[in-house]
Design a protein around this ligand. Structure first.
Ligand SMILES: O=C(O)CCC(=O)N[C@@H](CCC(=O)O)C(=O)O
Ligand SMILES: [Zn+2]
Length: 336
């Protein structure tokens, strides 16, 4: 199968070929919901490492779909090489089909029980289906104990970035796991990692908090149409994930630049205005004291050290995150 055909099948949440290859090799294969595949080793005692890979949580973020399709095509040809139990999630197939970030509401804000009146939306039902499947995979029988539970949620950013690849790492992850994760991210060619204490209803923050998973959101370039993707891009990321699949443990590498969130910009009302354009490049530095945004009577300002703006987006619904301000930090001396 060509890379394009494999990517299109994954975008269509069609796991037929991948599932058949694993099933033919005697692996246990489950399809707990549309766009979700679980494979576990023959006679697995449940103690193997568990790896969750998700793509397409935002429907217009296609580069990770191409990358994951290539990885799956290769590993499914030799199932015995897979060293972990694996769950694959194609986040929002309906939005992917329309090339949109979401249909009714951002799926990546719904991985929580408090949904502020959004429960009837299509993406809320999808979040419920994903959470149920992932709970069975990470939580189910509990025999995995302290074994490796990893989640990589693969995205692309809306706008350009001073770091073309970067990650958001939930700060709730155990301190003992962070060096290994950051080293893996470095080996995967990720230029910057943001330690974030805010959950914001994101998928990776939920798996980290709920299952003590070692989780991260990876941003791989910018949004693009599926057909235009170069399967050779993000070679380091692809190689590091491939090694994780085949070793059941992460490779290490040079640490990325580490940041921590200094302020979360929440849009409280339609009066929210940013002091800079919404096309501002991710990790643009802002001088101490300068104005970031205003929301009615509230003004957000940079603190005493240079802060960098990430994900500036004034167009979100009131109540949601409209951006992150981050500062450089050293690791492991991470401040809360
Ligand atoms: O580029 C943007 O403005 C958004 C890109 C994106 O979808 N980022 C994720 C980050 C999730 C996290 O903070 O872990 C998101 O906003 O959902
Ligand atoms: Zn995204």
């Amino acid at each position: 199968m060509s890379h394009d055909a494999a990517a299109q099948a994954l975008a269509n949440a069609d796991f037929t070929l991948i599932a058949r290859r694993f099933a033919d090799a005697g692996w246990a294969v489950g399809l707990p919901a549309e766009g979700i595949l679980a494979v576990s080793a023959p006679a697995s005692d449940g103690r193997r490492p568990r790896l969750l890979l998700s793509v397409g949580v935002h429907g217009d973020e296609t580069a990770p779909i191409t990358m994951l399709a290539c990885l799956l095509d290769a590993i499914s040809r030799m199932p015995a090489a897979l060293a972990c139990d694996l769950m694959l999630v194609v986040g929002n197939p309906a939005a992917i089909a329309q090339g949109k970030r979401f249909l009714e509401v951002d799926l990546n804000r719904l991985f929580r029980t408090q949904r502020e009146g959004l429960d009837g939306m299509r993406e809320a039902a999808r979040a419920d289906a994903i959470m149920q499947a992932v709970s069975a995979f990470f939580g189910g029988d509990g025999v995995n104990g302290d074994g490796l539970r990893w989640h990589l949620d693969l995205h692309t950013a809306i706008r350009p970035s001073r770091y073309p690849t970067f990650a958001v790492v939930p700060d709730v992850i155990a301190e003992t796991e962070k060096p290994g994760l950051l080293g893996f991210l470095g080996a995967a060619g990720i230029g910057a990692a943001i330690l974030s204490g805010s959950a914001a209803g994101t998928f990776s923050a939920w798996t980290a908090a709920r299952f003590a998973a070692t989780s991260a959101t990876l941003e791989l370039g910018q949004v693009s149409a599926l057909a235009g993707n170069d399967p050779g891009r993000f070679a380091d990321t692809r190689a590091a994930i491939d090694a994780l699949l085949r070793r059941g443990k992460p490779v290490g590498g040079r640490m990325p630049e580490v940041f921590r969130v200094s302020q979360e910009l929440t849009k409280h009302s339609d009066a929210f205005r940013m002091a800079f354009g919404k096309d501002t490049v991710n990790f643009t530095p802002l001088e101490p004291g300068s104005l970031i945004a205003e929301d009615g009577g509230t003004a957000y300002r940079v603190g005493k050290q240079t802060e960098y703006v990430v994900f500036p987006n004034p167009d979100v619904r009131p109540g949601l995150r409209a951006g992150l301000m981050v500062v450089k930090t050293s690791f492991p001396q991470v401040q809360g």
